[in-house]
Design a protein around this ligand. Structure first.
Ligand code: PNS
Length: 165
């Protein structure tokens, strides 16, 4: 029997992490020995938080899952190359609604073409989180709406500081 660690990469922008992301991480943890939450370092993208700020927030809010290790990292360039360097056997992505599927399918098939041995696993987020996205959370908060319950309290605090709210 193989003793190799079953490692998955959960890649994303996480700008910022939401309760929906945390839900997917917990679900991924039930399937893998280790989940690497990997923040894309994309200088072209206009982000609210720097990569370092996002990594810091992730470290502070990630659950202590029993039996599964959760690691935080950042990456640049092709996801499949990063996954190979990490010796991961799968990519985890969350699907909230059918509208996510088209974009996710496109990425999964492109990644499969680039790296046929690497599987993408789609996990369905819990219904409570099915409408939450980092983009909407930022928009609502910027316009003065309440985001309690959508992101961890620490993230709300960091958003308040960042946006002077
Ligand atoms: O949270 P996001 O912004 O939807 O995450 C998108 C992400 C980071 C998974 C995707 O942009 C990505 O994998 N970028 C790395 C570049 C790459 O490998 N592109 C080719 C695969 S489509």
């Amino acid at each position: 029997m193989s003793t190799e660690i079953r490692r998955a990469i959960y890649p994303g922008s996480f700008d910022p992490i939401t309760n929906g992301h945390l839900d997917i991480i917990e679900r991924g943890c039930k399937l893998f020995d280790e989940v690497v939450v990997a923040v894309l370092n994309n200088p072209d993208k206009n982000s609210l938080f720097s990569v370092d700020e996002r990594l810091q927030m992730l470290r502070e809010v990630l659950p202590k899952a029993e039996g599964c290790r959760i690691r935080v990292d950042s990456f640049q360039g092709l996801l499949v190359e990063y996954a190979a360097a990490q010796n991961a056997r799968a990519i985890v992505r969350g699907i909230r609604a059918i509208s996510d599927y088209e974009y996710e399918l496109q990425m999964a098939l492109m990644n499969r073409r680039l790296s046929p041995g690497l599987e993408t696993i789609f996990l369905m987020s819990g219904e409570t989180y099915s409408y939450i996205s980092s983009r909407l959370v930022k928009q609502v908060f910027t316009l003065g709406g309440r985001i309690e319950g959508l992101v961890p309290p620490l993230v709300e605090e960091r958003m308040r500081e960042k946006l002077n709210k």
